[in-house]
Design a protein around this ligand. Structure first.
Ligand code: GUN
Length: 284
């Protein structure tokens, strides 16, 4: 059996159509949703990511502002910019691109963003809301992974889900979202001696470690749902995920490709969060 592909491009496209329609309704009322993206320094990958975010906003009819600052910007100056964006009524979402230069404390910056504009879902108020089952912004990548799992029709209640990776941005919120959906959740990480002890019994595996071939065919249960968050390059320089895709797809039931799986969904969920921030502001 070969796994069915979970098409992140197609799902993201349908989400963007919905966001554009809802954004147009707000715009017609004079309340165009707006996202501010702040980039500090000249990391080339970050520059590409922020350009995508702004382009996605334009395509969906959202207002967007891209602020670029030199790597020498002080923490105090960045905090002042965040506070100005918090106070700007035309901006509903504020995103400071990570990583930041080493002299700036990312936690201090994230906690300075108004929680109701934290469309990354990184602020402790939003992380805490997820932990306690309250409404709030969900981190875009795990939120997108949940939507991808939903499209398979595999009900999570009572299933065993394994998350590989424990970052604040993906692994930890992913585990909480799966738990919220009533899965039995195991979190594996760099200190886990034998991943396959856990993954072989899993109905769903989400891999987010940033190392190719982390999940191989002999490590999974036949028919499992495999979500690959990784973004790496193979020896030929071709984009690949954390999963040995060609081998694992022979055993899995469902699998996300890289590219075209999680990546487009992360971008789509940022639009969803920004739109919802604007909808909430409009109903206040
Ligand atoms: N850097 C890489 N991914 C992200 C993201 O989703 N949000 C922010 N703010 N920075 C990132």
């Amino acid at each position: 059996m070969t796994a069915q592909l979970i098409d992140g491009n197609a799902l993201a496209a349908s989400i963007r159509v919905d966001v554009a329609a809802r954004a147009a309704q707000l715009t017609a009322r004079g309340l165009r949703p707006g996202l501010a993206v702040v980039l500090v320094g000249d990391d080339p990958a970050s520059a590409v990511y922020v350009r995508h975010k702004v382009k996605d906003c334009e395509a969906a009819g959202l207002h967007s502002v891209l602020e670029r600052h030199p790597a020498s910007m002080s923490e105090a100056d960045l905090l002042a910019r965040v506070q100005a964006l918090n106070a700007d009524a035309s901006i509903h979402g504020v995103l400071v691109q990570m990583p930041l230069p080493r002299h700036i404390d990312p936690h201090r910056i994230i906690e300075a963003i108004a929680p109701h504009k934290d469309v990354d879902g990184f602020h402790v108020a939003n992380a805490g809301a997820l932990m306690t089952g309250q409404p709030g912004f969900r981190a875009c990548t795990p939120y997108g992974c949940m939507r991808l799992i939903e499209t398979t029709g595999v009900a999570l209640r009572g299933r065993h889900a394994v998350v590989i990776g424990r970052s604040n941005t993906v692994g930890k919120p992913m585990a909480l979202m799966l738990l919220q959906a009533n899965a039995t959740v195991t979190v594996c990480h760099s200190g886990t001696p034998d991943l396959s002890v856990h993954t072989r019994g899993a109905d769903v595996v989400v891999v987010a470690v940033g190392r190719r071939d982390t999940l191989r065919a002999d490590m999974i249960k036949p028919g499992a749902v495999i979500i690959d968050v990784g973004m790496n390059r193979n020896d030929a320089g071709k984009l690949c995920g954390d999963v040995d895709f060609e081998a694992v797809r022979q055993v899995a039931g469902w699998i996300t490709p890289v590219p075209g799986g999680v990546g487009p969904m992360t971008r789509a969920m940022l639009l969803v969060n920004t739109l919802e921030a604007a909808e909430r502001a409009a109903s206040r």
